[in-house]
Design a protein around this ligand. Structure first.
Ligand code: NAI
Ligand code: MG
Length: 341
């Protein structure tokens, strides 16, 4: 039995979370949900986008599922505050083609590892007489741990190359430090190729030759931007999951936001949230359940019959999720029959 903090958030965050929790019911695993609040609706009710209670519940649980929040102008971003408060220092964003999904490229499979606690998202931003400034923070500690994570991740997942993406030609000190630490770390991993690219060139290569990439490690803002670009390569934001990982906790959320234009229509693609739940199950070492869930979603995508409009279908969020759940029950049934033989 696992305690899972569930933070649906705002807009389609609520819709894809609801759909995903329906699907998770069909797994052979006991999940005890603790609901917590964050985002715009929470701000209207409580005066804060991320109450201390939410941080406390997150800290006390085994893992967290996060939907998406609407950013409140002038207020702290709930998700960025949570990442920092929990020291979730890496954001894992896989970019993977799925059969049956219309996309610019086929057979893409790389992962973006984004530094998640500092960079230009340091939170130090102020008005000045001339305008405004934001502080770009790159510490040795954060650069070392994200680069180490990247090489360890590559080793564990049998990837052969790590590409550091930066802008050290202009941001000589901050990204110069990041790049130097990356190559220092690379020396400890002689079996994994290490290379680096400027972020502007990398943005181009991602759409001209995405198969070049295997494992990308980068700073906060670049990782944020490049992961939306990555999602665009393989069918859109509706399919892009992520895992925020620290030493003591994992928080799992779609790459997308609250999508106000789709809110209330019931047609948001639940895949990104479902795949984020797959990442959570892997984090909890429930590999079999994770695999079953991913396979069931893949079957629905491959058939393409019960999918949301962004995938060319006519189905609602909940219909697509229930189709995934139906597939999951079939997988379970097969397993039971096999065990009875
Ligand atoms: P967004 O990611 O919410 O949506 C951009 C567009 O992507 C949508 O209009 C829609 O066409 C498409 N899309 C996104 N998710 C989809 C899904 N599940 N199914 C089908 N299509 C989908 O980004 P946007 O509109 O720039 O931001 C909306 C709000 O969300 C803002 O307040 C923003 O600050 C916030 N946001 C929150 C994030 C989070 O909670 N982690 C991340 C990104 C944005
Ligand atoms: Mg983003």
């Amino acid at each position: 039995m696992y305690d899972i903090t569930v933070i649906p958030g705002d807009g389609i965050g609520l819709e894809v979370m609801d759909a995903t929790l329906h699907v998770l019911e069909a797994l052979n695993i006991e999940l005890n949900y603790i609901k917590a609040y964050a985002g715009n609706e929470c701000f209207k009710r409580t005066g804060t986008t991320i109450p201390n209670d939410t941080i406390k519940l997150t800290r006390e649980s085994d893992a967290t599922l996060f939907g998406a929040v609407t950013t409140v102008p002038g207020q702290n971003s709930a998700i960025i505050t949570l990442r920092k408060a929990m020291d979730l220092y890496v954001n894992i964003r896989p970019v993977k083609s799925r059969e049956g999904v219309r996309s610019l490229f086929k057979d893409i499979d790389f992962v973006i590892l984004r530094e998640n606690t500092e960079g230009l998202y340091s939170g130090v931003e102020e008005y000045t007489e001339a305008g405004a400034t934001a502080l770009r923070v790159v510490t040795k500690k954060s650069s070392q741990r994200i680069c180490k994570f990247a090489f360890e991740y590559a080793k564990k997942t049998k990837r052969h190359k790590v590409t550091a993406i930066h802008k050290a030609n202009i941001l000589k000190k901050t990204d110069g430090l990041f790049k130097d630490i990356f190559y220092d770390m690379a020396q400890q991993y002689p079996d994994i190729k290490a290379e680096d690219k400027y972020v502007d060139a990398a943005a181009l290569f991602l759409i001209t030759n995405p198969k070049e990439f295997d494992c990308i490690v980068t700073t906060n803002l670049f990782g944020d931007i490049l992961s939306d670009e990555g999602a665009g390569l393989v069918g859109g934001l509706g399919l892009a999951p992520s895992a925020n990982i620290g030493n003591d906790h994992g928080l799992f959320e779609p790459v997308h936001g609250s999508a106000p234009a789709l809110t209330g229509m019931g047609i948001a693609n639940p895949s990104a949230m479902i795949l984020s739940a797959v990442m959570m199950l892997n984090y909890l070492k429930e590999f079999q359940e994770a695999n079953k869930l991913e396979k069931s979603l893949e079957a629905v995508l491959r058939e393409g019959k019960v999918v949301t409009p962004d995938l060319g279908g006519k189905s609602k969020t909940i219909e697509m999720a229930l189709e995934v759940k139906r597939k999951l029950s079939k997988i379970n049934l097969k397993k039971i029959i096999k065990n009875d033989d």
